[in-house]
Design a protein around this ligand. Structure first.
Ligand code: B12
Ligand code: SF4
Length: 480
Protein backbone atom coordinates (compact mmCIF):
# COMPACT_ATOMS: atom_id res chain seq x y z
CA UNK A 1 0.00 0.00 0.00
CA UNK A 2 1.09 3.59 -0.62
CA UNK A 3 1.76 6.30 1.99
CA UNK A 4 -1.07 7.69 4.16
CA UNK A 5 -2.70 10.84 2.76
CA UNK A 6 -4.32 13.77 4.43
CA UNK A 7 -8.10 13.14 4.35
CA UNK A 8 -8.83 16.87 4.60
CA UNK A 9 -7.44 17.54 1.12
CA UNK A 10 -9.11 16.84 -2.20
CA UNK A 11 -6.19 14.51 -2.96
CA UNK A 12 -7.68 12.03 -0.50
CA UNK A 13 -9.92 9.17 -1.66
CA UNK A 14 -13.59 9.60 -0.67
CA UNK A 15 -15.79 6.84 0.70
CA UNK A 16 -19.46 7.07 1.58
CA UNK A 17 -20.56 4.35 4.00
CA UNK A 18 -24.23 3.36 4.14
CA UNK A 19 -26.23 1.44 6.71
CA UNK A 20 -29.39 0.44 4.83
CA UNK A 21 -31.23 -0.71 7.96
CA UNK A 22 -34.46 1.25 8.22
CA UNK A 23 -36.08 0.65 11.59
CA UNK A 24 -39.60 1.48 10.50
CA UNK A 25 -39.41 -1.15 7.74
CA UNK A 26 -38.33 -3.93 10.14
CA UNK A 27 -41.29 -6.07 11.19
CA UNK A 28 -39.42 -7.10 14.35
CA UNK A 29 -38.32 -3.63 15.34
CA UNK A 30 -41.18 -2.61 17.55
CA UNK A 31 -40.99 -5.81 19.50
CA UNK A 32 -37.42 -6.96 19.86
CA UNK A 33 -34.79 -4.99 18.04
CA UNK A 34 -32.73 -2.60 20.07
CA UNK A 35 -31.28 0.29 18.11
CA UNK A 36 -27.53 0.75 18.00
CA UNK A 37 -25.40 2.09 15.16
CA UNK A 38 -23.44 -0.53 13.23
CA UNK A 39 -20.09 -0.99 14.95
CA UNK A 40 -18.74 -2.61 11.79
CA UNK A 41 -19.32 0.61 9.83
CA UNK A 42 -18.15 2.94 12.59
CA UNK A 43 -14.90 1.03 12.90
CA UNK A 44 -14.44 0.95 9.12
CA UNK A 45 -15.01 4.71 9.08
CA UNK A 46 -12.44 5.35 11.79
CA UNK A 47 -9.89 3.07 10.13
CA UNK A 48 -10.39 4.68 6.72
CA UNK A 49 -9.84 8.13 8.21
CA UNK A 50 -6.74 6.95 10.02
CA UNK A 51 -5.45 5.75 6.65
CA UNK A 52 -5.95 8.99 4.80
CA UNK A 53 -9.46 8.60 3.38
CA UNK A 54 -12.25 11.16 3.62
CA UNK A 55 -15.37 9.45 4.99
CA UNK A 56 -19.05 10.29 5.32
CA UNK A 57 -21.86 8.01 6.34
CA UNK A 58 -25.59 7.76 5.74
CA UNK A 59 -27.36 5.82 8.45
CA UNK A 60 -30.92 5.09 7.34
CA UNK A 61 -32.00 3.72 10.72
CA UNK A 62 -34.28 6.64 11.56
CA UNK A 63 -35.10 7.64 7.97
CA UNK A 64 -38.22 7.06 5.86
CA UNK A 65 -36.49 5.78 2.71
CA UNK A 66 -33.14 5.64 0.90
CA UNK A 67 -33.31 9.18 -0.51
CA UNK A 68 -30.68 10.61 1.90
CA UNK A 69 -28.12 8.38 0.13
CA UNK A 70 -28.71 10.09 -3.21
CA UNK A 71 -28.43 13.51 -1.59
CA UNK A 72 -25.21 12.66 0.28
CA UNK A 73 -23.65 11.05 -2.80
CA UNK A 74 -24.51 14.13 -4.87
CA UNK A 75 -22.90 16.49 -2.38
CA UNK A 76 -19.86 14.44 -1.30
CA UNK A 77 -19.07 12.88 -4.72
CA UNK A 78 -17.55 9.70 -3.25
CA UNK A 79 -15.41 7.43 -5.36
CA UNK A 80 -16.65 4.41 -3.41
CA UNK A 81 -20.04 3.81 -1.80
CA UNK A 82 -19.69 1.02 0.77
CA UNK A 83 -22.89 -0.67 1.90
CA UNK A 84 -23.33 -2.88 4.97
CA UNK A 85 -25.60 -5.85 4.26
CA UNK A 86 -27.90 -8.09 6.25
CA UNK A 87 -30.45 -10.50 4.77
CA UNK A 88 -33.24 -8.31 6.05
CA UNK A 89 -31.96 -5.26 4.17
CA UNK A 90 -30.83 -6.87 0.89
CA UNK A 91 -33.44 -5.16 -1.30
CA UNK A 92 -32.57 -1.69 0.03
CA UNK A 93 -28.84 -2.35 -0.30
CA UNK A 94 -29.39 -3.17 -3.97
CA UNK A 95 -31.34 0.07 -4.42
CA UNK A 96 -28.28 1.89 -3.02
CA UNK A 97 -25.92 0.30 -5.55
CA UNK A 98 -28.00 1.99 -8.24
CA UNK A 99 -27.77 5.36 -6.43
CA UNK A 100 -23.98 4.91 -6.16
CA UNK A 101 -23.68 4.37 -9.91
CA UNK A 102 -25.86 7.41 -10.61
CA UNK A 103 -23.31 9.43 -8.59
CA UNK A 104 -20.44 7.90 -10.57
CA UNK A 105 -19.13 5.85 -7.64
CA UNK A 106 -18.08 2.23 -7.32
CA UNK A 107 -20.59 0.18 -5.30
CA UNK A 108 -19.06 -2.16 -2.72
CA UNK A 109 -21.02 -4.51 -0.46
CA UNK A 110 -19.73 -5.94 2.82
CA UNK A 111 -21.22 -7.50 5.94
CA UNK A 112 -22.86 -10.86 6.69
CA UNK A 113 -25.33 -11.19 3.82
CA UNK A 114 -22.97 -10.19 1.02
CA UNK A 115 -20.39 -12.55 2.52
CA UNK A 116 -22.90 -15.43 2.43
CA UNK A 117 -24.31 -14.84 -1.05
CA UNK A 118 -21.97 -12.60 -3.04
CA UNK A 119 -23.55 -13.60 -6.37
CA UNK A 120 -26.83 -11.94 -5.41
CA UNK A 121 -25.10 -8.61 -4.84
CA UNK A 122 -22.81 -8.85 -7.86
CA UNK A 123 -25.72 -9.77 -10.12
CA UNK A 124 -27.81 -6.89 -8.75
CA UNK A 125 -25.52 -3.98 -9.42
CA UNK A 126 -22.63 -4.11 -6.94
CA UNK A 127 -19.18 -3.93 -8.47
CA UNK A 128 -17.46 -5.74 -5.63
CA UNK A 129 -18.15 -7.72 -2.50
CA UNK A 130 -15.84 -7.75 0.52
CA UNK A 131 -16.70 -11.01 2.26
CA UNK A 132 -14.36 -10.78 5.25
CA UNK A 133 -12.90 -8.27 7.64
CA UNK A 134 -13.29 -4.96 5.85
CA UNK A 135 -10.76 -2.45 7.12
CA UNK A 136 -7.53 -2.93 5.09
CA UNK A 137 -9.47 -4.07 2.02
CA UNK A 138 -11.66 -0.96 1.90
CA UNK A 139 -8.62 1.29 2.36
CA UNK A 140 -6.98 -0.39 -0.61
CA UNK A 141 -10.14 -0.22 -2.73
CA UNK A 142 -10.56 3.49 -1.97
CA UNK A 143 -6.96 4.18 -3.05
CA UNK A 144 -7.26 2.11 -6.20
CA UNK A 145 -10.55 3.80 -7.15
CA UNK A 146 -9.02 7.22 -6.47
CA UNK A 147 -5.98 6.45 -8.62
CA UNK A 148 -8.05 4.86 -11.38
CA UNK A 149 -6.40 1.47 -10.91
CA UNK A 150 -8.32 -1.80 -11.54
CA UNK A 151 -10.40 -3.02 -8.61
CA UNK A 152 -11.18 -6.63 -9.55
CA UNK A 153 -8.63 -8.98 -8.07
CA UNK A 154 -7.89 -6.77 -5.05
CA UNK A 155 -7.04 -9.03 -2.07
CA UNK A 156 -10.11 -9.69 0.07
CA UNK A 157 -12.67 -8.97 -2.69
CA UNK A 158 -14.98 -10.82 -5.05
CA UNK A 159 -15.99 -9.42 -8.44
CA UNK A 160 -17.84 -10.77 -11.47
CA UNK A 161 -15.34 -12.11 -13.99
CA UNK A 162 -16.01 -13.16 -17.59
CA UNK A 163 -16.43 -16.78 -16.49
CA UNK A 164 -17.83 -16.67 -12.99
CA UNK A 165 -16.72 -15.11 -9.72
CA UNK A 166 -13.32 -13.48 -9.65
CA UNK A 167 -11.87 -13.80 -6.17
CA UNK A 168 -8.88 -11.72 -5.17
CA UNK A 169 -6.26 -13.43 -2.97
CA UNK A 170 -7.52 -13.92 0.58
CA UNK A 171 -6.47 -11.33 3.13
CA UNK A 172 -5.38 -12.42 6.59
CA UNK A 173 -7.29 -11.14 9.62
CA UNK A 174 -5.79 -8.19 11.50
CA UNK A 175 -3.41 -9.67 14.05
CA UNK A 176 -3.97 -7.22 16.84
CA UNK A 177 -7.42 -5.72 17.40
CA UNK A 178 -5.87 -3.04 19.62
CA UNK A 179 -4.67 -1.45 16.37
CA UNK A 180 -8.23 -0.51 15.55
CA UNK A 181 -9.05 3.12 16.31
CA UNK A 182 -12.08 3.94 18.47
CA UNK A 183 -15.29 3.76 16.43
CA UNK A 184 -16.03 7.01 14.54
CA UNK A 185 -19.21 7.73 16.52
CA UNK A 186 -19.39 11.22 14.99
CA UNK A 187 -20.39 9.66 11.64
CA UNK A 188 -23.89 8.93 13.00
CA UNK A 189 -26.40 10.88 15.03
CA UNK A 190 -25.34 9.45 18.41
CA UNK A 191 -27.66 11.80 20.25
CA UNK A 192 -30.63 10.36 18.38
CA UNK A 193 -29.72 6.85 19.54
CA UNK A 194 -28.79 7.87 23.06
CA UNK A 195 -31.80 10.15 23.42
CA UNK A 196 -34.23 7.47 22.35
CA UNK A 197 -32.67 5.05 24.83
CA UNK A 198 -32.82 7.66 27.54
CA UNK A 199 -36.48 8.25 26.84
CA UNK A 200 -37.39 4.56 26.95
CA UNK A 201 -35.11 3.32 29.73
CA UNK A 202 -33.63 6.35 31.49
CA UNK A 203 -30.17 5.13 30.45
CA UNK A 204 -27.90 6.46 27.69
CA UNK A 205 -27.03 3.14 26.09
CA UNK A 206 -24.23 2.37 23.64
CA UNK A 207 -22.87 -0.82 22.10
CA UNK A 208 -19.26 -1.96 22.53
CA UNK A 209 -17.45 -4.85 20.91
CA UNK A 210 -14.44 -6.37 22.65
CA UNK A 211 -13.74 -9.28 20.31
CA UNK A 212 -14.28 -10.61 16.81
CA UNK A 213 -15.48 -14.12 16.06
CA UNK A 214 -16.53 -17.12 18.09
CA UNK A 215 -14.75 -20.47 18.38
CA UNK A 216 -17.95 -22.50 18.92
CA UNK A 217 -19.84 -24.28 16.18
CA UNK A 218 -23.62 -24.25 16.72
CA UNK A 219 -25.11 -25.77 13.61
CA UNK A 220 -27.65 -23.01 12.95
CA UNK A 221 -25.28 -20.11 13.46
CA UNK A 222 -24.14 -18.05 10.52
CA UNK A 223 -20.59 -16.71 10.87
CA UNK A 224 -19.64 -15.77 7.34
CA UNK A 225 -17.20 -12.99 8.20
CA UNK A 226 -15.03 -14.28 11.01
CA UNK A 227 -15.83 -18.03 10.93
CA UNK A 228 -14.52 -19.83 14.00
CA UNK A 229 -11.63 -17.45 14.46
CA UNK A 230 -11.49 -15.51 17.72
CA UNK A 231 -9.52 -12.39 18.64
CA UNK A 232 -9.89 -10.04 21.58
CA UNK A 233 -8.92 -6.50 22.35
CA UNK A 234 -6.88 -6.03 25.49
CA UNK A 235 -8.80 -5.03 28.65
CA UNK A 236 -6.90 -1.71 28.54
CA UNK A 237 -8.17 -0.95 25.01
CA UNK A 238 -11.75 -1.81 26.06
CA UNK A 239 -11.48 0.48 29.10
CA UNK A 240 -10.31 3.33 26.85
CA UNK A 241 -13.44 2.90 24.72
CA UNK A 242 -15.70 2.82 27.78
CA UNK A 243 -14.08 5.99 29.14
CA UNK A 244 -14.50 7.77 25.80
CA UNK A 245 -18.18 6.85 25.59
CA UNK A 246 -18.76 8.08 29.11
CA UNK A 247 -16.80 11.31 28.73
CA UNK A 248 -17.84 12.27 25.18
CA UNK A 249 -21.45 11.10 25.14
CA UNK A 250 -22.51 10.72 28.76
CA UNK A 251 -23.13 7.00 28.24
CA UNK A 252 -24.40 5.27 31.39
CA UNK A 253 -25.12 1.76 30.12
CA UNK A 254 -23.20 -0.50 27.76
CA UNK A 255 -24.26 -3.47 25.73
CA UNK A 256 -21.29 -5.70 25.05
CA UNK A 257 -22.18 -7.03 21.59
CA UNK A 258 -19.62 -9.81 21.35
CA UNK A 259 -20.95 -13.12 20.04
CA UNK A 260 -19.90 -14.52 23.40
CA UNK A 261 -18.65 -12.14 26.07
CA UNK A 262 -15.76 -13.04 28.33
CA UNK A 263 -14.63 -16.29 26.76
CA UNK A 264 -11.29 -16.20 28.64
CA UNK A 265 -11.69 -15.92 32.37
CA UNK A 266 -8.37 -14.13 33.14
CA UNK A 267 -9.22 -11.52 30.48
CA UNK A 268 -12.65 -10.99 31.99
CA UNK A 269 -11.25 -10.72 35.50
CA UNK A 270 -8.81 -8.02 34.36
CA UNK A 271 -11.54 -6.05 32.61
CA UNK A 272 -13.88 -6.24 35.61
CA UNK A 273 -11.10 -5.15 37.94
CA UNK A 274 -10.34 -2.20 35.65
CA UNK A 275 -13.98 -1.15 35.52
CA UNK A 276 -14.18 -1.13 39.30
CA UNK A 277 -10.80 0.57 39.85
CA UNK A 278 -11.56 3.31 37.32
CA UNK A 279 -14.93 3.91 38.99
CA UNK A 280 -16.59 4.09 35.61
CA UNK A 281 -20.00 3.65 37.23
CA UNK A 282 -21.38 2.12 34.02
CA UNK A 283 -24.04 -0.54 34.07
CA UNK A 284 -23.76 -3.24 31.43
CA UNK A 285 -25.27 -6.27 29.76
CA UNK A 286 -23.72 -9.04 27.69
CA UNK A 287 -24.37 -12.32 25.98
CA UNK A 288 -22.97 -15.38 27.67
CA UNK A 289 -22.86 -19.13 27.27
CA UNK A 290 -24.05 -21.19 30.20
CA UNK A 291 -20.88 -23.27 30.12
CA UNK A 292 -18.67 -20.19 30.39
CA UNK A 293 -20.53 -17.99 32.84
CA UNK A 294 -18.96 -18.90 36.15
CA UNK A 295 -21.27 -18.47 39.13
CA UNK A 296 -18.28 -17.58 41.34
CA UNK A 297 -17.50 -14.60 39.08
CA UNK A 298 -21.01 -13.17 39.24
CA UNK A 299 -20.24 -11.15 42.39
CA UNK A 300 -17.39 -9.36 40.61
CA UNK A 301 -19.49 -8.89 37.47
CA UNK A 302 -22.27 -7.40 39.55
CA UNK A 303 -19.81 -5.08 41.32
CA UNK A 304 -18.54 -3.90 37.92
CA UNK A 305 -22.13 -3.05 36.86
CA UNK A 306 -23.66 -6.20 35.34
CA UNK A 307 -27.45 -5.79 35.06
CA UNK A 308 -28.64 -8.25 32.45
CA UNK A 309 -27.34 -11.35 30.69
CA UNK A 310 -28.61 -12.78 27.41
CA UNK A 311 -28.41 -16.54 27.67
CA UNK A 312 -28.68 -18.86 24.68
CA UNK A 313 -30.66 -21.59 26.45
CA UNK A 314 -32.31 -22.67 23.16
CA UNK A 315 -33.92 -25.90 24.38
CA UNK A 316 -34.84 -27.79 27.54
CA UNK A 317 -34.03 -31.08 25.83
CA UNK A 318 -30.46 -32.38 25.91
CA UNK A 319 -31.17 -34.33 22.74
CA UNK A 320 -31.93 -31.05 20.95
CA UNK A 321 -28.89 -29.24 22.37
CA UNK A 322 -26.76 -32.08 21.04
CA UNK A 323 -28.46 -32.03 17.63
CA UNK A 324 -27.76 -28.28 17.44
CA UNK A 325 -24.11 -28.98 18.34
CA UNK A 326 -24.59 -26.37 21.01
CA UNK A 327 -21.97 -27.85 23.33
CA UNK A 328 -23.94 -27.08 26.48
CA UNK A 329 -25.54 -29.33 29.09
CA UNK A 330 -28.86 -28.90 30.86
CA UNK A 331 -27.27 -28.93 34.34
CA UNK A 332 -25.16 -25.96 33.20
CA UNK A 333 -28.33 -24.11 32.19
CA UNK A 334 -29.91 -24.87 35.54
CA UNK A 335 -26.83 -23.86 37.51
CA UNK A 336 -26.43 -20.60 35.59
CA UNK A 337 -30.11 -19.65 35.82
CA UNK A 338 -30.13 -20.24 39.57
CA UNK A 339 -26.88 -18.31 40.08
CA UNK A 340 -28.09 -15.32 38.06
CA UNK A 341 -31.32 -15.24 40.06
CA UNK A 342 -29.39 -15.40 43.35
CA UNK A 343 -27.06 -12.59 42.23
CA UNK A 344 -30.00 -10.38 41.22
CA UNK A 345 -29.02 -10.27 37.52
CA UNK A 346 -31.86 -10.10 34.98
CA UNK A 347 -31.79 -12.97 32.51
CA UNK A 348 -32.98 -12.89 28.92
CA UNK A 349 -33.36 -16.37 27.48
CA UNK A 350 -33.17 -17.18 23.78
CA UNK A 351 -35.27 -20.23 22.96
CA UNK A 352 -35.76 -21.94 19.63
CA UNK A 353 -38.58 -24.12 18.35
CA UNK A 354 -38.81 -26.35 15.30
CA UNK A 355 -35.17 -27.37 14.87
CA UNK A 356 -35.07 -30.70 12.92
CA UNK A 357 -35.57 -33.69 15.19
CA UNK A 358 -37.62 -31.82 17.77
CA UNK A 359 -40.83 -33.52 18.91
CA UNK A 360 -43.66 -32.12 21.00
CA UNK A 361 -42.05 -33.85 23.98
CA UNK A 362 -38.87 -31.82 23.49
CA UNK A 363 -40.92 -28.63 23.29
CA UNK A 364 -42.67 -29.64 26.48
CA UNK A 365 -39.28 -30.11 28.18
CA UNK A 366 -38.33 -26.57 27.11
CA UNK A 367 -41.57 -25.19 28.51
CA UNK A 368 -41.04 -27.02 31.80
CA UNK A 369 -37.52 -25.57 32.10
CA UNK A 370 -38.92 -22.12 31.34
CA UNK A 371 -41.60 -22.64 33.99
CA UNK A 372 -39.05 -23.65 36.63
CA UNK A 373 -36.80 -20.65 36.20
CA UNK A 374 -39.19 -17.97 34.94
CA UNK A 375 -36.57 -15.76 33.27
CA UNK A 376 -37.36 -12.04 33.45
CA UNK A 377 -37.25 -11.77 29.64
CA UNK A 378 -37.14 -14.19 26.74
CA UNK A 379 -37.60 -14.61 23.02
CA UNK A 380 -38.86 -17.83 21.52
CA UNK A 381 -38.28 -18.01 17.80
CA UNK A 382 -38.99 -20.56 15.11
CA UNK A 383 -35.67 -21.92 13.83
CA UNK A 384 -34.46 -19.95 10.78
CA UNK A 385 -32.23 -21.86 8.33
CA UNK A 386 -29.73 -19.11 7.47
CA UNK A 387 -27.87 -19.69 4.18
CA UNK A 388 -24.35 -20.98 4.69
CA UNK A 389 -25.11 -22.93 7.88
CA UNK A 390 -25.17 -26.71 8.42
CA UNK A 391 -28.83 -26.38 9.39
CA UNK A 392 -29.60 -24.71 6.04
CA UNK A 393 -27.78 -27.46 4.17
CA UNK A 394 -29.61 -30.14 6.16
CA UNK A 395 -33.05 -28.79 5.21
CA UNK A 396 -31.99 -27.63 1.72
CA UNK A 397 -34.50 -29.92 0.01
CA UNK A 398 -37.30 -28.85 2.37
CA UNK A 399 -37.09 -25.08 2.14
CA UNK A 400 -40.38 -23.26 1.67
CA UNK A 401 -40.72 -20.81 -1.19
CA UNK A 402 -40.86 -17.80 1.17
CA UNK A 403 -37.33 -18.49 2.45
CA UNK A 404 -36.00 -17.65 -0.98
CA UNK A 405 -37.28 -14.11 -0.60
CA UNK A 406 -34.77 -11.58 0.57
CA UNK A 407 -36.53 -10.64 3.81
CA UNK A 408 -35.57 -12.59 6.91
CA UNK A 409 -38.46 -13.86 8.96
CA UNK A 410 -36.91 -12.88 12.28
CA UNK A 411 -38.00 -16.29 13.65
CA UNK A 412 -41.71 -15.63 13.30
CA UNK A 413 -42.57 -17.94 10.45
CA UNK A 414 -41.54 -21.38 9.37
CA UNK A 415 -39.20 -21.35 6.39
CA UNK A 416 -38.77 -25.10 5.89
CA UNK A 417 -40.86 -28.21 6.16
CA UNK A 418 -40.44 -29.03 9.85
CA UNK A 419 -41.92 -31.79 12.01
CA UNK A 420 -45.15 -29.85 12.51
CA UNK A 421 -47.06 -27.21 10.60
CA UNK A 422 -46.30 -23.55 11.30
CA UNK A 423 -49.56 -23.07 13.19
CA UNK A 424 -48.39 -25.54 15.84
CA UNK A 425 -45.18 -23.56 16.53
CA UNK A 426 -47.10 -20.32 16.63
CA UNK A 427 -49.40 -21.89 19.19
CA UNK A 428 -46.41 -23.05 21.22
CA UNK A 429 -45.00 -19.51 21.10
CA UNK A 430 -48.26 -18.31 22.66
CA UNK A 431 -47.95 -20.94 25.38
CA UNK A 432 -44.59 -19.46 26.36
CA UNK A 433 -46.28 -16.06 26.41
CA UNK A 434 -48.93 -17.36 28.78
CA UNK A 435 -46.30 -19.07 30.91
CA UNK A 436 -44.35 -15.81 31.18
CA UNK A 437 -47.51 -13.95 32.20
CA UNK A 438 -48.31 -16.61 34.81
CA UNK A 439 -44.75 -16.43 36.12
CA UNK A 440 -45.16 -12.69 36.66
CA UNK A 441 -48.64 -13.13 38.16
CA UNK A 442 -47.26 -15.53 40.78
CA UNK A 443 -46.02 -12.62 42.89
CA UNK A 444 -49.38 -10.82 42.73
CA UNK A 445 -52.02 -13.58 42.73
CA UNK A 446 -52.38 -16.62 44.92
CA UNK A 447 -49.99 -19.36 43.70
CA UNK A 448 -52.90 -21.85 43.86
CA UNK A 449 -54.93 -19.77 41.42
CA UNK A 450 -51.95 -19.37 39.09
CA UNK A 451 -51.20 -23.11 39.19
CA UNK A 452 -54.84 -23.89 38.48
CA UNK A 453 -54.80 -21.66 35.38
CA UNK A 454 -51.52 -23.29 34.29
CA UNK A 455 -52.98 -26.79 34.65
CA UNK A 456 -56.13 -25.83 32.73
CA UNK A 457 -53.97 -24.40 29.93
CA UNK A 458 -51.84 -27.57 29.84
CA UNK A 459 -54.99 -29.70 29.65
CA UNK A 460 -56.34 -27.63 26.78
CA UNK A 461 -52.99 -27.90 25.01
CA UNK A 462 -52.91 -31.70 25.32
CA UNK A 463 -56.51 -32.49 24.62
CA UNK A 464 -57.57 -29.84 22.12
CA UNK A 465 -54.75 -27.76 20.63
CA UNK A 466 -52.16 -30.47 19.93
CA UNK A 467 -54.48 -32.88 18.07
CA UNK A 468 -55.94 -29.95 16.17
CA UNK A 469 -52.74 -28.15 15.23
CA UNK A 470 -49.92 -30.70 15.13
CA UNK A 471 -51.36 -32.64 12.20
CA UNK A 472 -50.60 -36.28 11.66
CA UNK A 473 -46.90 -35.85 12.45
CA UNK A 474 -47.69 -35.70 16.16
CA UNK A 475 -46.14 -38.31 18.41
CA UNK A 476 -48.13 -39.53 21.38
CA UNK A 477 -47.29 -37.32 24.34
CA UNK A 478 -46.49 -38.62 27.76
CA UNK A 479 -48.44 -36.98 30.54
CA UNK A 480 -46.43 -35.38 33.31
C1 B12 B 1 -24.47 -6.69 17.78
C2 B12 B 1 -25.43 -7.28 16.80
C3 B12 B 1 -26.67 -6.69 16.71
C4 B12 B 1 -27.05 -5.49 17.55
C5 B12 B 1 -26.51 -4.22 16.94
C6 B12 B 1 -26.78 -4.12 15.45
C7 B12 B 1 -25.96 -3.08 14.76
N1 B12 B 1 -26.53 -1.97 14.51
O1 B12 B 1 -24.80 -3.34 14.47
C8 B12 B 1 -28.60 -5.61 17.56
C9 B12 B 1 -29.01 -6.46 18.73
C10 B12 B 1 -29.39 -4.33 17.59
C11 B12 B 1 -28.81 -6.43 16.27
C12 B12 B 1 -29.96 -6.39 15.54
C13 B12 B 1 -30.13 -7.13 14.39
N2 B12 B 1 -29.34 -8.12 13.95
CO1 B12 B 1 -27.60 -8.44 14.63
N3 B12 B 1 -25.91 -8.90 15.19
C14 B12 B 1 -25.07 -8.38 16.02
C15 B12 B 1 -23.74 -9.16 16.07
C16 B12 B 1 -23.74 -10.07 17.29
C17 B12 B 1 -22.48 -8.32 16.04
C18 B12 B 1 -22.44 -7.26 14.94
C19 B12 B 1 -21.10 -6.63 14.95
O2 B12 B 1 -20.92 -5.53 15.45
N4 B12 B 1 -20.10 -7.35 14.44
C20 B12 B 1 -18.72 -6.95 14.47
C21 B12 B 1 -18.37 -6.11 13.25
C22 B12 B 1 -16.93 -5.65 13.35
O3 B12 B 1 -18.50 -6.96 12.16
P1 B12 B 1 -19.42 -6.63 10.92
O4 B12 B 1 -20.56 -5.79 11.27
O5 B12 B 1 -19.69 -7.90 10.21
O6 B12 B 1 -18.44 -5.73 9.98
C23 B12 B 1 -17.21 -6.20 9.49
C24 B12 B 1 -17.29 -6.97 8.15
O7 B12 B 1 -18.50 -7.64 7.96
C25 B12 B 1 -17.04 -5.95 7.11
N5 B12 B 1 -18.15 -5.10 6.67
C26 B12 B 1 -19.36 -4.86 7.20
N6 B12 B 1 -20.03 -3.96 6.48
C27 B12 B 1 -19.24 -3.61 5.46
C28 B12 B 1 -19.43 -2.74 4.40
C29 B12 B 1 -18.40 -2.60 3.47
C30 B12 B 1 -18.59 -1.67 2.34
C31 B12 B 1 -17.20 -3.33 3.58
C32 B12 B 1 -16.14 -3.20 2.58
C33 B12 B 1 -17.02 -4.21 4.65
C34 B12 B 1 -18.04 -4.34 5.57
O8 B12 B 1 -16.11 -5.11 7.75
C35 B12 B 1 -16.48 -4.94 9.12
C36 B12 B 1 -15.25 -4.72 9.93
O9 B12 B 1 -14.29 -5.71 9.71
C37 B12 B 1 -23.84 -9.97 14.73
C38 B12 B 1 -23.05 -11.25 14.70
C39 B12 B 1 -21.63 -10.95 14.29
N7 B12 B 1 -20.71 -11.54 14.97
O10 B12 B 1 -21.34 -10.15 13.40
C40 B12 B 1 -25.34 -10.12 14.57
C41 B12 B 1 -25.92 -10.20 13.14
C42 B12 B 1 -25.19 -9.21 12.26
N8 B12 B 1 -27.29 -9.73 13.30
C43 B12 B 1 -28.10 -10.35 12.54
C44 B12 B 1 -29.48 -10.03 12.43
C45 B12 B 1 -30.35 -10.97 11.61
C46 B12 B 1 -30.01 -8.89 13.05
C47 B12 B 1 -31.43 -8.33 12.87
C48 B12 B 1 -31.83 -8.25 11.41
C49 B12 B 1 -32.40 -9.13 13.74
C50 B12 B 1 -33.89 -8.99 13.36
N9 B12 B 1 -34.46 -7.85 13.17
O11 B12 B 1 -34.49 -10.00 13.21
C51 B12 B 1 -31.31 -6.93 13.52
C52 B12 B 1 -30.98 -5.83 12.50
C53 B12 B 1 -30.75 -4.51 13.19
C54 B12 B 1 -29.79 -3.60 12.46
N10 B12 B 1 -29.64 -2.40 12.99
O12 B12 B 1 -29.16 -3.93 11.47
C55 B12 B 1 -27.41 -11.44 11.75
C56 B12 B 1 -27.29 -11.08 10.29
C57 B12 B 1 -27.47 -12.33 9.44
C58 B12 B 1 -27.70 -11.93 8.05
N11 B12 B 1 -27.18 -12.73 7.13
O13 B12 B 1 -28.34 -10.96 7.78
C59 B12 B 1 -26.07 -11.62 12.50
C60 B12 B 1 -24.88 -12.01 11.62
C61 B12 B 1 -26.29 -12.67 13.61
C62 B12 B 1 -26.45 -14.07 13.06
N12 B12 B 1 -25.45 -14.91 13.10
O14 B12 B 1 -27.52 -14.42 12.61
N13 B12 B 1 -27.71 -7.10 15.95
S1 SF4 C 1 -24.58 -19.32 18.42
FE1 SF4 C 1 -23.17 -18.09 19.65
S2 SF4 C 1 -21.86 -19.64 20.65
FE2 SF4 C 1 -22.88 -20.69 18.96
S3 SF4 C 1 -21.42 -20.53 17.27
FE3 SF4 C 1 -22.86 -18.81 17.07
S4 SF4 C 1 -21.89 -17.12 18.10
FE4 SF4 C 1 -20.82 -18.96 18.76
Amino acid sequence: MSEPRDPSTSAAPRVLLVDPYLARADPMERKFVELYPSLGLLTLGAYLREHGTAVEMVDLTFERDARPVGRAAGAFRPEVVGVHTKTLTAARAIEIAELAHQAGAVAVAGGPDAATRPELYLDSGFDLVVPGEGEPTLVELARRAHDGRPLAGTPGTIARGPSGLLRGPSRPFLKDLDELPLPAWDLVDMERYLGSWEQSTGERRAAVLTSRGCPFDCSWCSKPTFGRSFRQQSPGRVLAELRALKERYGVTYVRFCDDVFGIHRPWLERLLRGMVEERLGLRFECLARVDLLKPDLLGEMRAAGLERVYVGVESGSQKMLDLMNRGTKLPQVERTAAALRAAGVRQFWFLMLGYPGETDEDIEATLQLFRRFSPEEYSVSIAVPVPGTRFHRAVGDRLQEKSARTKGSGGRSLLFEATYPERFYRWEQRRFGLEAALGKARSRLSPTVVDRIGRAADGFHRRVATPLLAGDRRRPMRRS
